[in-house]
Design a protein around this ligand. Sequence first.
Ligand code: ADP
Ligand code: MG
Length: 339
Amino acid sequence: MSDFIQLLPDHVANQIAAGEVVQRPASVIKELLENSIDAGAEHIQVVIKDAGKTLIQVVDDGKGMSLTDARMSFERHATSKIKSAEDLFSLKTKGFRGEALASIAAIAHVELKTKPEDEEVGTCIKIEGSSISSQEPCVTPKGTSLCVKNLFYNIPARRNFLKSDNVETRHIIDEFQRVALAHPHINFALHHNGSELFQLNATNYRQRITNIFGGKTNEKLVPVNEDTEIVKISGFVGKPEFAKRSRGEQFFFVNDRFIKSPYLNHAVVAAFEGLLKEKTYPSYFLYLQVDPKSIDINIHPTKTEIKFDDEHALYAMLRSAIKHSLGQFNVAPVLDFDR
Ligand code: ADP
Ligand code: MG
């Protein structure tokens, strides 16, 4: 009997991986923003055209890449962020899978300009069809600029699956806001088709939330602070009377990373018990810091889900921290038999 199995060529493997990592323009924005943050950038600018379908550009003033690193960065499983499996249990960076750039380069035209601080000239690389089509020295400031053009040009089914420009722009704004809320000390800007959507100057958490969601948000925020052995909780919940009919402003960040957690959401809602009108949802911006060893973020390629060692304890602490804050700020009913 003959053998049938063969290894897929790199560009095919990359395209398959891209299917998981890059669902829409917003996924590209998320990956590029995370790379800029990992590179220690203080200023990050995002420019998009046609809801990211024609152009997505992210420019940062981070540490940049050498010529060799710039070429390597598009290889699959090429990363500067972890070296061994143990490192997975003490992650301090957003990235570690080494597949974002390889995936993006498999499904779009990419131009990279980058320069580390200590070098005179930078590197400019163009990629088409997963391989480098041109490479030359170039004049560029310290940091990295990544241009992603014609997303899904070679996957018509994916391109056709994209929603209207309004919907895709909404997804981009959501990702942008999540990253900006997680990192108030970094300056961010977002421009779409030549007009400015956001210009966020470095500030503190409270001010960043207010800058994104409008001046009136400030008076609605109740601070939450709790420091225990397993978790440090900080951030804000919205006063119950401002709860909304939609779930818009609900954010969990674990170790500076936005995550989705129906379980922890339940803990927050439980803390609001008896305080909310029916079918309204509290807003919250909650920042949890835990020992990286006690979580696993490597559940899904997009890294928005997380596994906690001690989910039950976390639930209890979150609920009690929020109850405490709501009580302290006199937003609990006078007769609270619960205490
Ligand atoms: P990961 O972030 O998981 O390491 P990526 O494919 O996103 O994988 O990036 C590959 C590598 O390219 C990174 O590990 C990093 O060394 C380098 N890199 C990517 N973007 C930037 C950037 N904006 N500035 C500096 N280095 C970058
Ligand atoms: Mg990355």
